[in-house]
Ligand binder design. Sequence first.
Ligand code: GTB
Length: 216
Amino acid sequence: MITITAFERSPDRGRGLARDMRVRWALEEVGQPYEVRLLSFNAMKEPAHLALHPFGQIPTYEEDDLALFETGSIVLHLAERHPGLLPNDINARARAITWIFAALNTVEPPIMDLTTTKLLEADRPWAAERLPLVTGRIRARLAPLSARLGDADWLDGAFSAGDLMMVSVLIRLKVSGILSEYPNLAAYVARGEARPAYRRAFEAQLAVFTGNSPPG
Ligand code: GTB
């Protein structure tokens, strides 16, 4: 059985923004059942969890004698071992993996900066000056991404783990209004969110917050 970890009380109140969501989504896409161990912020920094995740974060992934951290690694692991998230053609597979890295290394960092600026630095005297710099860096990533996607449904042919990761990263921009400046990217995210596997994953993480988790 696969076990992942997630926040006992997610600060996003179940809106699916914490990173366990992308792992849940990948698990649903490949049809693997999983259990969730919920952790308090204190428990995440205790030795038992630090043995799984050196930085004391969620999510982690345990399967038999394998323990992983980092959502990129976990999603890639699932995509490599189960059909459904990576194409068979070796070059198309390499390109799909490239989109996972692009999502995590190129697109997510400025989006994370926006969260930091708004949530953790809002009271700093330089916050108002920094905000347009951060949003400018986000647009510098979204404009070429939007151009590359064009009117395609997914980034490179069929839906892949690359799309799963890119949609997961872009979702955090919805509340900022920046995503809607790029209608094809907004539609791309909506397509991802409409996938049955996404819906199941979303409901499962929301149930933790609403207290409607199945027992066990
Ligand atoms: N690079 C790692 C990965 O991809 O797995 C990053 C993991 C990570 O940042 N985990 C966060 C965490 O454990 C949770 S997802 N933070 C606690 C800590 O570092 O002590 C980040 C997150 C948290 C909350 C919201 N939210 O409420 O909106 C959104 C995203």
